[in-house]
Design a protein around this ligand. Structure first.
Ligand code: DAH
Length: 347
């Protein structure tokens, strides 16, 4: 048989063989067998040495043509077999890609912390700097220096936790308010120096019901300088309350009594549920009591060795949980510490 004929036979028989392969490996083996270095085509072309000069270019052309044809057929079959393999792999895969993904839960600030941060942010903008004090105080710092002597009726209102060892009292208490930090900070003052601080912290009282918790948070404020006025106190607190509860919110200063301030005031905002008409949130008064404040009592200045004729100051104190309860209409203070997801998720 002439080389041309052998080439024709190869061109006829190879394509069905290629088409008949069922795996990629089988196809690769066939490729080597047909077009590889020791394959059939190479084998056929070995006979070139014996052909005439006229025939040689013809054979070369034909061989090239067949080689391309076979290569194309091999490539095409490879694509088919790869697609089939991919499909069967997908069918065997047990992952259900239509299954909805698991819900991720993002953390967020606790409502107490959120309120605390808002209060601090407002006073920081007004130039108050942040201070902290110890949770355990002596009787002196918690009461005495704040003009609450022993047997003063105001002590009864504080439901104090006393720290005892057996039957001996140590003279230490869990602080019932953040006001003792006023004393610590004023004790450090040099004559003529001013002080403008905001003091967040935990406080403790032996009391528990829906509006009282044995541990809660307060923020104390103190501004001491020459000629600090009650007008400045009103301006500062009005600004703060409008920033917290809205610019149109009405604010009212009511005369009150605290041993460590004179004069003293309690500050209310118009009820944000009924806007002053009277409802269950404001107990039909139209007002919500927000904080206590006043001008620093002269006796307090005396206890920190400051001359009450030289310095003046204002102070205020507010309960964070109380503000958060009013703000978010939370009716049970225990919710803040129960850490129930259904509650916390709402903020
Ligand atoms: N210490 C007070 C309390 O716990 C709150 C308070 C009232 C603080 C008036 C002050 C103030 O600084 O001037 O009830």
């Amino acid at each position: 048989m002439s080389i041309l004929n052998t080439l024709d036979t190869l061109a006829d028989t190879a394509p069905p063989q290629i088409q008949a392969t069922t795996t990629l490996q089988e196809l690769e083996d066939l490729r080597v067998q047909l077009l590889g270095k020791k394959g059939q085509l190479t084998d056929i072309l070995k006979g070139m040495a014996t052909v005439s000069n006229e025939e040689r270019p013809l054979i070369g052309q034909k061989a090239n043509h067949i080689k391309t044809q076979l290569q194309d057929a091999l490539d095409q079959r490879k694509t088919q077999l790869e697609a089939a393999a991919w499909e069967s792999e997908l069918q065997g895969d047990q992952t259900d890609i239509t299954l909805p993904s698991r819900r991720t839960r993002l953390g967020k600030r606790h409502p107490t912390n959120q309120t605390l941060q808002d209060v601090i942010a407002c006073f920081t903008r007004l130039g108050f700097s942040l201070k902290e004090g110890p949770d355990i105080e002596t009787d002196y710092y918690n009461f005495e220096a704040l003009n609450i002597p022993e047997h003063h009726p105001a002590r009864a209102m504080h439901d104090t936790f006393y720290l005892n060892t057996g039957y001996l009292t140590t003279g230490h208490v869990l602080r019932t308010h953040t006001s003792p930090v006023q004393i610590h900070e004023m004790e450090k003052l040099e004559p003529g120096q001013a002080l403008k601080i905001i003091v967040p912290g935990k406080v403790y009282r032996c009391d528990a019901d829906v509006t009282h918790s044995p541990c809660f948070h307060q923020v104390e404020g103190l501004y001491v300088d020459k000629n600090v006025s009650f007008a400045q106190l009103k301006g500062t607190l009005s600004h703060f309350l409008k920033e917290m509860f809205g610019a149109k919110r009405q604010v009212r200063f009511r005369p009150s009594y605290f041993p460590f301030t004179e004069p003293s005031t309690e500050v209310d905002v118009a009820c944000f549920k009924c806007s002053g008409k009277g409802c269950n949130l404001c107990k039909q008064t139209g007002w919500l009591e927000i904080l206590g404040a006043g001008m620093v009592n002269r006796n307090v200045f005396r206890s920190v060795k400051l001359d009450p004729d030289q310095v003046t100051g204002f102070a205020f104190g507010l309960g964070i949980e109380r503000i958060a309860m009013l703000r978010y209409e939370i009716n049970d203070i225990r919710l803040f510490t129960e850490n129930d997801y259904r509650f916390l998720e709402q903020f």
